[in-house]
Design a protein around this ligand. Structure first.
Ligand code: NDP
Ligand code: AKG
Length: 445
């Protein structure tokens, strides 16, 4: 048995009840066998098993009172996965499906994604099995305050810097930061990112993940000499990432045919009216099927995964993990898809990735193509430390540069190690080597 096989077997055994986490580890490790073979020092320091064990996992009770006066208890988590390259960094997710396996996979992925950005940040993820859907503003505030009352002692601008993810947007970040400030009696603005601009947020953070996804996609299309303009796209989800993916796609001349939420998807034969969608989802907080009220030509189809049956040139999965399974991938290929560009974290199952690649579909791996959000979070941290503020245009230029560098670094690594143009392998290799080097230089911790 090789060192790699032995390490994976041990990791599977130690995390037997965590399928998403095992999936994420196997995806990274399956790309780096050639790297390990060339660096015997990594084997002797057992880097693979060390990397797959979080530095710290915090699990806590979050009690709060709902509008009926009942005391509800949720479970909160923070996985401080790897701090070798800088303070722990990564979002909070509030969703009923949150559990240890999901947060460990997200924290593991975040460590590598953050290394790809080139910024000095480690990897973390956290959240709670709290469902913000249908909750009043004051319930959300009370939940956030209770969550932060435990969480604050584990955070700090040089310790651990959270941000948003599914179910955590600008409103929740405000309540979380407010409670942190109250408990610390200090305006440590660099303790959390995704803040509103009036109290230390960065221009461009809201747009960064979606815009960055398009900058990365453009770099890949340019390299392959394929025109982006005139293509038809399908975007799953209709949250932060999906909406700003749609905005930049429109700017690049792409027509968005369908978007979804967890209930189903809307298809508009005229192309989705992006401004109306932003108004509906960001301002009115409506469900996606309400889009039909002002767009009678559009159709609503129930079932979240059905969106992958819509014919398109580019699929942008921007909702959640494992949303493109093998069956969805087969439908996309049958409909002539050219590229799958990942906005969500680990949205494509391992067998679907293989199927897409075997059928010549271009694939952008999430840890590279959705790194725009955390990149601009790091830029927000810099502005907070310097007590300065950049313009939207300055931030957007930095974002474009970072995404192009990630593309270039991933492609070069794939070629260097004999993986051709495989960006999945390239992104895994670059980030693995960066994290491994930082760990090796700091001893056997
Ligand atoms: N925000 C960021 O900066 C970044 C986010 N990501 C990733 O992008 C993805 C989307 O995040 P974001 O846009 O911030 O989240 P939001 O909460 O803003 O939006 C999530 C969207 O996805 C849908 N969705 C969520 N969970 C499920 C599910 N289990 N099944 C089906 N649909 C679901 C939601 O539908 P509904 O409203 O019906 O629940 C909603 O439309 C996540 O994978 C996240 O980890 C990655 C990098 C950065
Ligand atoms: O901005 C951040 O710190 C993290 C964003 C995030 O959660 C992600 O990249 O998945």
């Amino acid at each position: 048995m090789t060192y790699m096989e032995k390490a994976i077997e041990n990791i599977k055994e130690r995390n037997a009840n965590e399928p998403e986490f095992i999936q994420a580890v196997e995806e990274v490790y399956s790309s780096i066998a050639k790297v390990i073979a060339q660096h015997p020092e990594l084997e002797s320091s057992n880097i693979l098993e060390r990397m797959a064990e979080p530095e710290r996992a915090i699990l806590f009770r979050v009690p709060w009172v709902n509008d009926q006066g009942e005391l509800v208890v949720n479970r909160g988590y923070r996985i401080q996965f790897n701090g070798a390259r800088g303070p722990y960094k990564g979002g909070f997710r509030f969703h009923p499906t949150v559990n240890l396996s999901i947060l460990k996979f997200l924290g593991f992925e975040q460590t590598f994604k953050n290394a790809l950005t080139g910024r000095p940040i480690g990897g973390a993820k956290g959240g709670a099995d709290f469902d913000p859907k249908g909750k009043s503003d004051s319930e959300i505030m009370r939940f956030c305050q209770s969550f932060m009352t435990e969480m604050f002692r584990h955070l700090g601008p040089d310790v651990d810097v959270p941000a948003g993810d599914i179910g955590v947007g600008s409103r929740e970040i405000g309540y979380l930061f407010g409670q942190y400030r109250r408990l610390k009696n200090a305006h440590e603005s660099g303790v959390i990112t995704g803040k509103h601009i009036v109290y230390g947020g960065s221009h461009g953070r809201k747009e960064a993940t979606g815009f960055g996804l398009l900058y990365f996609t453009k770099a890949m299309f340019d390299y392959n000499e394929i025109e982006l303009s005139g293509k038809r796209a399908v975007i799953s989800g209709s949250g932060n990432v999906a909406l700003y993916t749609a905005v930049k796609a429109r700017e690049f001349g792409i027509k968005v045919m369908a978007m979804s939420d967890s209930g189903g998807y809307v298809y508009d034969p005229d192309g989705i009216d992006i401004d109306a969608m932003i108004l509906l989802k960001e301002v009115q907080k409506g469900r996606i099927k309400d889009y039909l009220l002002d767009h009678p030509a559009a159709e609503y189809i129930e079932g979240f995964r059905n969106i992958w049956s819509v014919k398109c040139d580019i699929a942008f999965p921007c909702a959640t993990q494992n949303e493109i399974d093998l069956e969805s991938a087969e439908k996309l290929v049958a409909n002539g898809v050219i590229a799958v560009c990942e906005g969500a974290n680990m949205p494509t199952t391992y067998d679907a990735i293989k199927y897409l690649m075997d059928h010549g579909v271009l694939l952008t791996p999430a840890k590279a193509s959705n790194a725009g959000g955390v990149s601009i979070s790091a830029v927000e941290m810099t502005q907070n430390s310097m007590r300065q503020s950049m313009t939207f245009e300055e931030v957007d230029q930095v974002l474009n540069d970072i995404m192009n560098n990630i593309y270039k670094d991933s492609l070069e690594a794939a070629m260097k190690y004999g993986y051709g143009h495989d960006l999945v392998a390239g992104a895994n290799i670059v980030s693995f080597l960066r994290v491994a080097e930082a760990m090796q230089l700091q001893g056997d911790y």
